[in-house]
Design a protein around this ligand. Structure first.
Ligand code: ADP
Ligand code: MG
Length: 589
């Protein structure tokens, strides 16, 4: 006996109507979700001609008996909910009972299914809503549903479909989302007879990401977790160097369902604030688990949006979890060296030769020239004496702090335990200044100093207004402005920390900035912009010669900085080179 029931009219009305099937990718999504709901551990999706000609999904799930097969394609036929109370805690991917019916009304379907305890399979065919009787068939247990010629009787909708490539792209995206959310499943994707993915079951998420995207992305992810108040968050966060121009590589899953949510996107953006440039998007995979009754999935026809009952809590908890990780992560950019085989073997050999001959004597006793002799033991012992946090690896340790030099009056090259780093002196100092300013201004105004001779400047009426509207902020910055005539003002005091900046120049730019940001900016964001500007102006410039003491100071301050890898605008401050890389380049390994 089947266990599917037809929902009553009341229920039908409760379930918001909507277009479920927009394009072939929607079919793939619905069929695969049904397979997951049926407890499948293995799913294969095959498409032809971007899914326009054929889509077939085969699973090894619970299967359907003859009765269920007969009713499954009827509107509002579902085995997943029975009463309205069930709507409050939906744990299956489907529940509306409308996917198969919708697909069946606009295509030709052939479905074969066999339950685990049955010896034979059954099949049924439906052509745009007209179904045949269920007939016995032969198949392994599980279900195969093949959908052919989607929208073939609806030329208007068929015309709306894009090229096979574009449609296949949408399908790949749906497959990817489901594959990320269900790493325990073995999943295969075949396009026009060509196997695109074959993902083994119980794969670790990083391996799966490597297969679905690239190993480069999988490597550059840092992982974090938090469990609080029934909300479990697991996040794999892309390092800033793999940030993108759009947010397509931000994946959010709620209890195994891919969702899009503006609160969560905002939390991700906030968490990365200051570590990536404002026009870039972080790569992030978030897996959230929370009790089903804490949100409503019945707000969107394809269930891609949900409604959280406590969106603020979700936002703040995600932000806190991500931010904490990002603040403590080592985001120094790895140097991108050409792979050894990208260089001609002659050049490579010549470099290796040169390296051997010209290695300075002082280095020779430090570096044992025998290929396996040197690095591992030496560096491992050094490392053990260091704190084990991730950032520690690239710390410029005190004893090595003498190993540095300035090049082109703009960059500092410094030795680290792992190799060496190149630091952009302006970018790093900007970050140090920014954090310094932030710390000082958080609960106080900046300390200021009276100018020996007040510096006066002319200003327009609008500029005067801007100053008036921002008195509080200007005061907080420790800048004292006094009227000095009908359209003149004088700077009487200026913050001590900004000693390196020229007061007049600074105040003019400040007024410009305040004027350009006078609408739609909250106080905090405005303050942040101002501090960014201040940090930039007060920081050491590129092209500025530094003394050894100044460099030492910079390196010491770097270690006290919370997020030393990025300047306040999110650009890298440090590029690191590892000995491993160098050895490969010089063919020593
Ligand atoms: P829903 O998933 O919302 O319940 P569908 O129209 O997608 O509605 O499917 C209708 C019913 O058909 C499901 O509730 C389920 O009982 C059955 N079904 C669909 N696909 C499968 C499958 N692959 N394996 C087993 N049962 C299935
Ligand atoms: Mg379904």
């Amino acid at each position: 006996m089947g266990h599917i029931v037809t929902l009553d009219q009341n229920m039908i009305n409760m379930i918001a109507a909507g277009e479920v099937i927009e394009r072939p990718a929607s079919v793939v999504k619905e069929l695969m979700e049904n397979s997951i709901d049926a407890g499948a551990t293995k799913i294969t999706a095959s498409i032809e001609d971007g899914g326009r000609k054929s889509i077939a999904v085969t699973d090894n799930g619970s299967g359907m008996d003859a009765d269920d097969l007969d009713i499954a394609f009827e509107p509002h036929a579902t085995s997943k909910i029975k009463t309205s109370a069930d709507l409050l805690g939906i744990s299956t991917l489907g529940f509306r009972g409308e996917a198969l019916a919708s697909i069946a009304s606009v295509s030709q379907i052939r479905a074969i299914s066999r339950t685990k305890d049955s010896l034979a399979a059954n099949s049924i065919e439906i052509d745009c809503g007209k179904k045949t009787a269920v007939t016995p068939a032969s198949a392994d247990y599980g279900t195969t549903i093949q959908v052919r010629d989607l929208f073939y009787k609806l030329p208007a909708r068929r015309k709306f479909l894009k090229t096979a490539n574009t449609e296949a792209g949408h399908i790949t995206e749906q497959f990817t989302r489901i594959a990320l959310a269900n790493t325990s499943l073995g999943m295969t994707f075949v396009n026009n007879g060509k196997q695109i993915y074959r993902l083994s079951p119980n794969q670790n998420i990083r391996h799966r990401i490597a297969e679905l995207f690239s190993s480069h992305i999988a490597q550059d992810l840092i992982e974090t977790e938090s469990k609080e108040k029934g909300l479990i968050i697991r996040a794999l966060l892309g390092k800033p160097n793999i940030s993108r121009t759009n947010n397509k590589l931000q994946y959010v899953f709620l209890n195994g369902r891919y969702i899009r949510d503006k609160f969560i996107s905002h939390a991700v953006r906030e968490a990365y604030r200051g570590t990536i440039e404002p026009n870039r998007f972080a790569v992030a995979f978030l897996f959230i688990q929370m009790p089903h009754h804490d949100y409503d999935v019945n707000v969107h026809p394809t269930k891609i949006e949900v409604r959280f009952y406590n969106a603020n809590l979700v936002h703040s908890q995600i932000l806190a979890c991500l931010r904490e990780k990002i603040l403590t992560a080592d985001f120094d950019t790895d140097a991108k060296l050409p792979t050894p085989h990208a260089m001609s073997p002659q050049i490579n050999d010549a470099m290796a030769e040169f390296f051997k001959k010209h290695r300075p004597a002082q280095n020779q006793h430090q570096f044992d020239l025998q290929p396996q002799g040197r690095p591992k033991q030496k560096y491992e012992t050094t490392r053990q004496t260091l704190p084990t946090s991730q950032t520690a690896e690239n710390h410029i340790t005190p004893q090595l702090r003498t190993g540095f030099m300035q090049i082109h009056d703009s960059f500092i090259v410094a030795q680290t335990d792992e190799g060496f780093v190149i630091i952009d002196q302006h970018a790093l100092h900007e970050r140090i200044m920014y954090e310094n300013l932030r710390r000082r201004i958080t609960d106080n105004k900046l300390e200021s100093q009276k100018l020996l001779i007040p510096e006066s400047f002319d200003l327009t009426e609008t500029q005067a207004d801007t100053i008036k509207n921002n008195t509080r902020l200007i005061e907080r910055l420790g800048i004292e402005l006094v009227p000095f005539g009908p359209s003149t003002m004088a700077i009487q005091a200026f913050p001590t920390v900004l000693a390196k900046a020229a007061p007049l120049d600074f105040v003019r730019d400040l007024i410009d900035l305040l004027q350009s940001k006078n609408t739609g900016y909250d106080t905090e964001s405005l303050l942040d912009e101002v501090l960014n500007m201040a940090a930039c102006k007060a920081a050491i410039k590129a092209g500025q010669k530094l003394t050894d003491t100044e460099i030492q100071q910079l390196l010491t301050d770097r270690e006290k900085t919370q997020m030393p890898s990025r300047c306040p605008h999110g650009r890298p401050t440090t590029i690191k080179f590892s000995l491993d890389q160098l050895e490969k380049q010089f063919k020593r390994t």
